[in-house]
Design a protein around this ligand. Structure first.
Ligand code: ZN
Length: 245
């Protein structure tokens, strides 16, 4: 239903193949107006005197545009993160949400204590909360180094490879990278993912010491160590974009 000028107009819902849309009353216009609304629904206003079947045909002929627009809408809305630097806002750590508490602590910028992130409130006042973000990046990097070193040590013998140094920092759009000499780097954002997913990232990277590509042979190596890697990989694909500050 759509409220317009204090009058509720009941919309007709129609389907053409896999596209569901709301048919609005006709308007004196030459072309059919197709709109993907902010809530992801499709509203169609046809010219006057167009039959419902003709509208179906028109909508169907515009399906590529509709699919593309819906895909964009989905990706924007499923991954949109809008952080507020206030008490009670939640932040991810190892796949779980922890609430933010702003505190007066001139010594420690940020700590994770008793299930809460305690952030020095002075950092929130910096432009765009840059200092607050930096404090989080530092904490994720520092905790990440401990965990990723331990997990790499644990998995390297299982994968059957050696590794060099381990670094945790901002490495752009990648979760992890490995050099030919075995040095590994991980994005600090990995620490927002659940432990199972972090393990997948570690094993994936270690397996690149066997194969420097993503061929079947590479995935076979991953599968030997993590037979359920598909689930973990899918989780990262679906949720990766929301792991951000
Ligand atoms: Zn890879």
């Amino acid at each position: 239903m759509l409220a317009a000028a204090n009058k509720v107009i009941r919309l007709k819902k129609r389907n053409i193949k896999d596209i569901e849309y709301y048919l609005l009353p006709g308007a004196s216009r030459k072309t059919t107006d197709i709109v993907v609304e902010r809530d992801g629904t499709i509203h169609v206003r046809p010219p006057l005197h167009m039959s419902a079947e003709q509208v179906d045909d028109t909508v169907y002929s515009k399906r590529m545009w509709i699919y593309r627009t819906l895909a964009e809408w989905n990706s924007l809305n499923s991954t949109h993160v809008c952080r507020e630097w206030v008490n009670g806002e939640s932040f991810l750590y190892l796949g779980r949400h922890y609430q933010l508490t702003l505190v007066d602590d001139p010594v420690k910028p940020l700590s994770l204590k008793n299930g809460r992130f305690l952030l020095n409130k002075a950092l929130v006042r910096s432009p765009s909360a840059t200092a607050a973000k930096q404090a989080f990046e530092q904490l994720y990097s520092q905790k990440g180094l401990e965990r990723l070193q331990a997990r790499t040590q644990y998995f390297a013998p299982k994968v059957g490879v050696d590794f060099g140094s381990i670094t945790v920092k901002d490495i752009g759009y990648k979760w992890a990278a490995c050099k030919r000499n075995g040095d590994l780097s991980f994005h600090w954002k990995c620490m927002m993912a659940p432990p199972k997913v972090i393990d997948y990232i570690v094993v994936h990277e270690l397996c690149h010491n066997h194969h420097r590509n993503h061929t079947t042979a590479f995935w076979d190596e991953v599968d030997k160590v993590l037979p359920d890697y598909h689930e973990r990989k899918d989780w990262l694909r679906d949720n990766g974009a929301s792991l951000t500050l």
